[in-house]
Design a protein around this ligand. Structure first.
Ligand code: DGJ
Length: 557
C-alpha cells in the first residue's frame, strides 16, 4: 500500500509541470521513468485507445460517420486530419470552421483528439498542400533527382515552403490554444504525414548538393554512428562519415530539420506533444543502403537517432503497422520502443487479424494504438486493411478496446511501472512464454477449454480436424499486468494461459487461489462478477472468444 502511495506521489509530481501547477486542466505531456513512458492527460497516465478516420473525412459533413464508428470501436481518442489546403485555402486567410466544429463535436462525444497536420507532405506527396503552393514550383520547389528531373515531392530545402507551412501550423496551434486550453480536447499533434521520398534518395538540386557537402552537424554525430560495415570518419562530410548511407541519412536530417522548425514554432505557441509517423522499411531485411525499397528520409527505425538529433520538438517517431506478419510486426515494435522513444502506434491496419496485436502493443507499454479507417465512409483500403467498411470492420477492435476501456488509466500507470506484458498469437501459432517476477506464463492457442486438442492418431500431435471453430486464422492474444507478487490482471481472447513458478517460486507446486472474472469500475475499483473454478480452470485459463478480464491470484504450496 505504501509503495503505491509513493508511486502516486511521484506520478503526480511528474504530471504537473511547475509552470502549469494550479491551472484547471494540465496540458497533456509525456513522462519517462526508467526508460518507460506515459502520456499524461488531465494529470493522469492515459492509454490511448485510438481510431483513425479516413483521409477525406476531415469535413463537418463527414463527421457523423466517423463518430458512429468511434463509438462502436469503444475508442477514447479520434485521430483525424487537418489539411493545410482546407485551413489556408487562400494565402494568409485561415479557415477555422472545421477545427471549431470538430472540437465541439469531440467534446459532445467525450472523445479526445489527435490532429494530423497534412501539410507539405502526406504519404510523401504534396496533395494536401493548398493549390497556391502545389502548383508554384518556383516558389515552392520540388526535389530534383539524380537525373536532373523534378520529383513529385516538395523539397525539404525549400525556404519559402518551410516559411509558409510554419506560418499555417503556428496559426493552427494558436487557434487550438485559444479554443481548447481550458478543455484539452486535443492531446497530441502529428506534424506532416508519412514523410520521406520515393524514387530519389535525396535532393540533388543545387541547394541539395550545397547542403550535402557541409559537415555533418555535431548533434547528429553525437547520436548516429555509421553502421558497422562502414569504416567512416569520426567527422566530416556526410559521405566521409556515413559512406554508402550518406544520401539517406542526409535526407533524413533535411526532412527532420524541416519538421523541427514547424514543430518548434507551433509548440512555442501551444506546447502539445508532437509526433511523426513512419511508413516502415522491412525490419527483418539485413541493413543495407537505400535501394528504392522505402521512402528515403522518413523516420524509419535506422534513422530515429537522426530525427532525435535534428527534431528535439518531436517527442515520438511512431510506426504505421501495415505489415501483417507477426514476425515483422514484433520486430518493428522492438525497434521503435526505446528509452528515448515511447512506443506509439499511430496507425495499424483494420483487417481483423490486426486486432490481436492490441494485446501485444499495450502489453509492451505503448502509450497508444489506433487502427486506421475506423469510419463508416463506405471506403475500404483492402488489401492493406479490411474488405468491409461497416460494423463488421470495427467489431474485432471494438471488442478488445471495450475490455481495456474501464481500466485504461490503470493500464497506463501499470505500464509506466513496468508491470505489463503482451502476447499476440503468431502466424506459426506456437506457444509463447512471458517471464514475470517469480512466475512464468505460457500462452497456447487453438485449445479447447476442456481438455487438450484431441490427438486421435495417438502420434503426439494435435488432430488438425478438431480445432475450435473461429480459430481458422490467428486471432488470440493476452495482456497481463503483475499487480502484486502473486496477483495478475489478465485481459485476452482465444488463448490458454498456464502459470508456473519461476525465480523464487521455481520448482514449487502452485495453484490458483482465485480466478475472478470482472471489471474495474469508474473509480478504478475491481468488481468481481464470478470466480472461475472446477472445469473452468482444470485445463488452464482458457479465455474465450469475447475479450475477458480476470484478476488472478496464484499461491505456492
Ligand atoms: C498510411 C497513411 O499514413 C494513411 O494516411 C493512409 O493513406 C494509409 N497509409 C492507407 O490507407
Amino acid at each position: 500500500m505504501k509503495k503505491t502511495a509513493n508511486l502516486l506521489a511521484v506520478l503526480c509530481a511528474l504530471a504537473l509541470p511547475p509552470a502549469l501547477a494550479g491551472t484547471a486542466v494540465p496540458i497533456p505531456h509525456l513522462v519517462q521513468k526508467d526508460g518507460r513512458h506515459a502520456l499524461i492527460v488531465d494529470g493522469q497516465p492515459y492509454t490511448m485507445l485510438g481510431a483513425q478516420a479516413h483521409n477525406s473525412s476531415n469535413y463537418p459533413g463527414a463527421l457523423d460517420k466517423v463518430w458512429a464508428a468511434v463509438k462502436d470501436a469503444h475508442a477514447n481518442t479520434l485521430e483525424i486530419p487537418v489539411a493545410w489546403e482546407q485551413f489556408e485555402p487562400a494565402e494568409g486567410k485561415f479557415d477555422f470552421s472545421y477545427v471549431d466544429t470538430l472540437l465541439a463535436q469531440a467534446r459532445q462525444h467525450k472523445v479526445r483528439l489527435v490532429l494530423l497536420w497534412f501539410g507539405t507532405w502526406k504519404n510523401t506527396g504534396p496533395q494536401y498542400a493548398p493549390e497556391w503552393v502545389r502548383f508554384n514550383n518556383e516558389r515552392f520547389p520540388r526535389m530534383i533527382g539524380k537525373d536532373g528531373k523534378n520529383s513529385y515531392c516538395l523539397s525539404p530545402l525549400g525556404e519559402q515552403t518551410l516559411k509558409a507551412d510554419t506560418r499555417a501550423f503556428t496559426a493552427l496551434m494558436a487557434h487550438l490554444k485559444k479554443i481548447d486550453e481550458a478543455h484539452r480536447t486535443v492531446i497530441m499533434v502529428q506534424v506532416e504525414n508519412e514523410v520521406g521520398t520515393y524514387g530519389t534518395v535525396r535532393d540533388f538540386g543545387p541547394a541539395g548538393e550545397a547542403a550535402f557537402r557541409q559537415p555533418v552537424p555535431t548533434a547528429v554525430l553525437a547520436r548516429k554512428k555509421a553502421p558497422p560495415s562502414v569504416a567512416g570518419a569520426p567527422s566530416g562530410s556526410w559521405s566521409e562519415v556515413y559512406g554508402p548511407y550518406a544520401d539517406e541519412y542526409f535526407h533524413a536530417w533535411a526532412v527532420a530539420s524541416y519538421i523541427e522548425q514547424i514543430a518548434k514554432a507551433g509548440r512555442a505557441v501551444y506546447d502539445l506533444p508532437m509526433f511523426v509517423n513512419n511508413a516502415l522499411r522491412d525490419p527483418l531485411e539485413p541493413m543495407a543502403p537505400w535501394k528504392g525499397n522505402f521512402a528515403s528520409g522518413g523516420p524509419t527505425y535506422d534513422v530515429i537517432d537522426i530525427y532525435k538529433a535534428a527534431a528535439p520538438h518531436i517527442d515520438v517517431a511512431g510506426p504505421d503497422l501495415y505489415m501483417p506478419e507477426s514476425a515483422k510486426l514484433g520486430a518493428t515494435l522492438a525497434l521503435f520502443q526505446r528509452p528515448d522513444n515511447a512506443l506509439f502506434v499511430p496507425e495499424m491496419g483494420n483487417a481483423p487479424g490486426y486486432a490481436r496485436y492490441i494485446y501485444q502493443i499495450l502489453g509492451r507499454g505503448a502509450i497508444g494504438v489506433a487502427p486506421f479507417g475506423i469510419d463508416y465512409a463506405e471506403y475500404s483500403n483492402y488489401p492493406l486493411g479490411s474488405k468491409a467498411s461497416d460494423k463488421t470492420m470495427v467489431e474485432p477492435f471494438g471488442r478488445v478496446f471495450a475490455a481495456f476501456r474501464p481500466m485504461a488509466q490503470l493500464w497506463a500507470r501499470w505500464s509506466l511501472e513496468g508491470r505489463t506484458h503482451g502476447i499476440a498469437e503468431s502466424d506459426e501459432r506456437t506457444p509463447q512464454s512471458v517471464a514475470l517476477k517469480d512466475w512464468k506464463v505460457t500462452a497456447s492457442f487453438r485449445q479447447w477449454q476442456f481438455g487438450n486438442v484431441v490427438d486421435v492418431k495417438g502420434d503426439g500431435k494435435a488432430d488438425q480436424q478438431d480445432y475450435p471453430a473461429g480459430t481458422e486464422s490467428p486471432n488470440g492474444g493476452a495482456a497481463l499486468a503483475q499487480t502484486g507478487d502473486n496477483e495478475f490482471i489478465v485481459v485476452g481472447q482465444r488463448v490458454r494461459l498456464a502459470f508456473e513458478g519461476s525465480g523464487a517460486n521455481a520448482g514449487k507446486p502452485s495453484m490458483y487461489a482465485r480466478v475472478e472474472e470482472g471489471r474495474f469500475d469508474a473509480a478504478g475499483k475491481w468488481v468481481m462478477e464470478r470466480n472461475w473454478n472446477g472445469d473452468q480452470t482444470d485445463w488452464g485459463i482458457n479465455l474465450p472468444a469475447t475479450p475477458t478480464v480476470l484478476k488472478i491470484r496464484m499461491r505456492t504450496h
